[in-house]
Design a protein around this ligand. Structure first.
Ligand code: HGY
Ligand code: MN
Ligand code: MN
Ligand code: MN
Length: 410
């Protein structure tokens, strides 16, 4: 039996140590992509992998691959991984759990002197969150051929710094080509980031699919003027227009239940002064649904309503869809490896669709891919209060271990 080979305490201790890098007073983590703190986290991960006897390579998008040799190293590797970058008010587990679970699998293979036929690799994917450099999952997207390298390296933050500049600055502009490399399989362990597994009292989520996403950027331009003498009926108030559109974003989400999600997470008002009518507003929209047709219908309704509101308010509108990641069905053979491991180990489990995007979504385009979910406390994530039960985290890593070994020896 290959279950219970991992060391749950060592996994937890590694998560807590990594969580100190960019740790916040409320117990969360702020380690934005390609900052000095991201470099610190990457360096710690690389050191741990070298200590575990891995060879480490970095590609041109800064993706890291720590390789443990197998019996036949001419075979394509089974790769595990996720991301180390966090949201500004992120937690210790989103992404990091998948990276350090991969490391724990390698450490446990070493402990038990298990030699796999194919090599296995623990990986880190750059800028999964898309918080500092939109869109999300851009480096796994370049690896999967969804974006070209030039697009990836040119992604810029709000200060105009590009990913290419920042990769070079922190010393993670690798030489290895990003992509064009065969994986036998790819597995990502992740906290669910929602309430389903906790509510259903299940330890393991067998992720069959991930929902589709569409991201938009909207700029409304009206007339900046004095809040006092300017009559209400002659105003071109960009914030009133934005508020009406944002209300429609929420209504479109609510009218496509039970699965749709609709979020405006970033809003900037110019000049942002209490007695000046806002002349310009910039905001983002995040739409999600497991069904691409419904997501397309939501898109159509949003575009129509936004233009109508802008016209009624006398505003200029720049409306841009900056990203569309269609829904993803994961690979049945890999999903079955996850299911078999959960069943033979006696972990309570259920099938689940991922509400969040993950690097696995893009990697699934170029390699057989599956995910392992574990519950998180109150379903909270992208929040400093993010937490998970050490026993659940260990169970998920145990399932990952068994699925990876099965695929590596297949
Ligand atoms: O937004 C997402 O789904 C992921 O956390 N980047
Ligand atoms: Mn994540
Ligand atoms: Mn996230
Ligand atoms: Mn079952």
């Amino acid at each position: 039996m290959l279950n219970n080979k991992i060391n749950g305490q060592r996994l937890w201790d590694s998560l807590m140590e990594m969580g100190q890098i960019g740790g916040t007073p409320k117990g969360g983590v702020c380690r934005l992509a390609l900052t000095d703190l991201d470099k610190e986290g990457r360096d710690l991960f690389v050191d741990w992998c070298l200590e575990a006897g891995c060879t480490v390579r970095v590609d041109t998008m800064g993706n890291i691959f720590a390789r443990r040799a197998g019996k036949d190293n001419s075979l394509p590797p089974v790769v595990m991984g996720s991301h180390l970058d966090t949201q500004p008010t992120g937690g210790k587990f989103d992404g990091i759990y998948g990276v350090l679970s991969g490391l724990e699998v390698i450490r446990s293979l070493n402990d038990h002197n298990i030699e796999t036929l194919a090599p296995v690799e623990a990986s880190v994917w750059t800028n999964e969150e898309g918080s500092r450099f939109p869109p999300a999952m851009v480096a796994s997207g370049v690896f999967a051929g969804v974006f070209d390298l030039e697009y990836g390296l040119s992604r810029a933050d709000l200060d105009g710094k590009t990913m290419g500049d920042e990769l070079a600055r922190i010393g993670y502009a690798g030489e290895v080509e990003c992509g064009n490399r065969e994986f036998k399989a790819f597995f990502e362990a992740h906290i669910e980031q929602g309430p389903i597994l906790e509510n259903e009292k299940k330890t393991i989520g067998i992720v069959t699919d991930a929902q589709g996403q569409r991201w938009y950027e909207v700029t409304l331009t009206g007339q900046e003027s004095h809040a006092g003498p300017t009559p209400m009926l002659s105003r071109k108030d960009a914030l009133v227009g934005a508020a009406k559109i944002i209300d429609q974003v929420n209504r479109i989400g609510l009218s496509n239940q039970p699965s749709a999600c609709a979020t405006v997470g970033l809003l900037q008002v110019f000049p942002n002064s209490r007695n000046v009518i806002p002349g310009e507003v910039f905001f983002t929209i995040d739409f999600r649904h497991p069904n691409d047709q419904i997501l397309a219908a939501m898109d159509h309704e949003l575009r129509e309503l936004s233009q109508r509101i802008a016209d009624e308010q006398g505003l200029e509108m720049k409306f841009e869809q900056i990203w569309h990641s269609p829904p993803v069905p994961f690979n049945k053979n890999c999903v079955d490896s996850v299911r078999k491991a959960a069943e033979t180990s006696g972990y309570s489990h259920q099938d689940i669709i991922s509400g969040a995007g993950h690097d696995a979504c893009y990697i699934s385009r170029v390699a057989p891919t599956a995910m392992v979910f574990v519950p998180c406390e109150n379903g909270i994530s992208h929040n400093e209060a993010e937490n998970a039960d050490p026993a659940d985290l260990a169970a998920g890593c145990d399932v990952l271990f068994q699925a990876v070994v099965e695929q590596a020896n297949d």
